[in-house]
Design a protein around this ligand. Structure first.
Ligand SMILES: NC(=O)c1ccc[n+]([C@@H]2O[C@H](COP(=O)([O-])OP(=O)(O)OC[C@H]3O[C@@H](n4cnc5c(N)ncnc54)[C@H](OP(=O)(O)O)[C@@H]3O)[C@@H](O)[C@H]2O)c1
Length: 365
């Protein structure tokens, strides 16, 4: 049933940030499902309350399976712990605590005080991964950074003439869109905008509650005002990070077109400040889509929390080809970034490899 609670929670993907994904199943005293609920930020009603409403009297003496610790404070809604107690729930099964300091551990304590049995830890890692952006944001105050790149078998993302479309096939590109759907923001370097004129939109076809913010690191404001993202900036947000002394005339022109121009010390090179500014904008997770220089900078600065590489069985070769990841890179193999918890999937004719930097403690631990 915890797996079902996680499935219900997943229905909120793209629809809950800056809240968590939460699903709930109420099972009656005879072991039958009496109610199910999912949290959708805009509906306000919490998953537990939605499931309890469906269960009605059948909740009495039953078990609540919830994907995240129920909250016990008055926020946008009254405490879910109160609703569970009032409904006469006898047992609560939850994989993980809520990382929000207003809630963490207090929900469980409140329920225990009322004699409700708590079972923690089932499918813990799955639950942590499901809410990894929310957990990371609460624990560190910064957005979760997911680096995504596509490359050939020999690690290139463009030929020596700069041709990069397309290294991977449709299925891999479709998976890339699903990744965009899971994030609040997408980030690229200005050279990628100049070379590819990308739209940087979420074309997954799935509903989302907030637009995907498009972030460009562009110290000298080299971005072309005629490019696709600037032209659409008044309807889909674009944020450009640049140096303090970037051309004020160009900054004013971009601002007029709807771009949020953020001048800061160190410009886009100051990645910690970029992430702090995004956190202040309620960005819980950012998908970094390159190019190689920007991807390399995030890796050099050890600011990557998760990596997805789409690898095509294609050999580009040539010393002049563009590497999928640039930056300075480590001097020794011991310092190279090794991934753990690696997931490997076929994606049409390509491969999708996802993992977490080995040096980084999982957010749930
Ligand atoms: N296959 C793929 O997955 C993929 C994905 C994306 C791009 N690409 C290809 O990659 C190429 C562009 O890559 P690129 O490496 O030349 O450029 P890039 O990473 O897109 O942009 C680099 C530029 O961004 C600015 N910048 C600002 N802050 C930065 C920071 N912290 N770290 C690094 N750069 C920062 C710098 O210019 P200023 O100093 O002037 O600000 C820098 O020259 C294109 O050919 C594109 O087609 C391939």
């Amino acid at each position: 049933m915890t797996r079902r609670a996680l499935e219900l929670a997943a229905l909120g993907t793209g629809l809950v940030s800056p809240g968590p994904l939460v699903g709930c199943v109420i099972v009656d005293a005879d072991g039958k499902i009496a109610g199910e609920g999912t949290y959708f930020f805009d509906d306000v009603t919490h998953a537990e309350v939605a499931a309890l409403e469906l269960a009605g009297d059948k909740a009495k003496g039953g078990t609540a399976y919830i994907s995240l610790e129920p909250h016990s404070h008055h926020g946008r809604t009254p405490p879910c712990t109160e609703a569970l107690i009032e409904a006469g729930i006898k047992r609560v099964v939850v994989p993980i605590e809520d990382p929000n300091p207003l809630v963490s551990g207090i929900g469980f304590a409140t329920l225990r005080e009322q004699g409700i049995e708590i079972r923690e830890g089932i499918l813990k890692r799955e639950a942590e991964i499901q809410n990894e952006k929310f957990i990371h944001w609460h624990r560190t105050g910064r957005p979760f950074v997911h680096l995504k790149f596509a490359g050939s078998l020999d690690g290139s993302c463009a030929t020596r003439t700069g041709e990069s479309k397309w290294i991977t096939g449709e299925p891999a590109r479709g998976r890339g869109q699903l990744l965009r759907h899971q994030y609040d923001a997408i980030l690229v370097g200005v050279n990628t905008v100049l070379a590819d004129n990308p739209g940087l939109t979420d074309r997954s076809g799935l509903k989302r509650r907030r637009d995907l913010k498009r972030i460009v690191l562009d110290n000298r404001l080299r971005i072309d005002p005629l490019c696709s993202i600037v032209q659409s900036a008044s309807s889909i947000p674009v944020i450009v990070f640049c140096d303090r002394d970037a051309d004020p005339g160009k900054a004013a022109k971009l601002s007029e077109m709807g771009v949020s121009v953020r001048k800061q010390k160190g410009g886009g090179k100051n990645l910690a400040s970029v992430l702090d500014a995004l956190a202040a904008d309620d960005v819980q997770g950012v998908l970094v889509e390159g190019g190689p220089s920007v991807s390399g900078s995030f890796l050099d600065n050890r600011l990557v929390d998760k990596v997805t590489a789409f690898v095509s069985p294609l050999i580009i070769g040539g010393t002049g080809a563009l590497p999928a990841v640039g930056g300075e890179g480590p001097a020794s193999l011991a310092e190279a970034l090794r991934l753990k918890d690696v997931r490997f999937e076929r994606c049409g004719g390509d491969f999708e490899i996802t993992g977490y930097p080995e040096s980084r403690a999982p957010d749930g631990d």
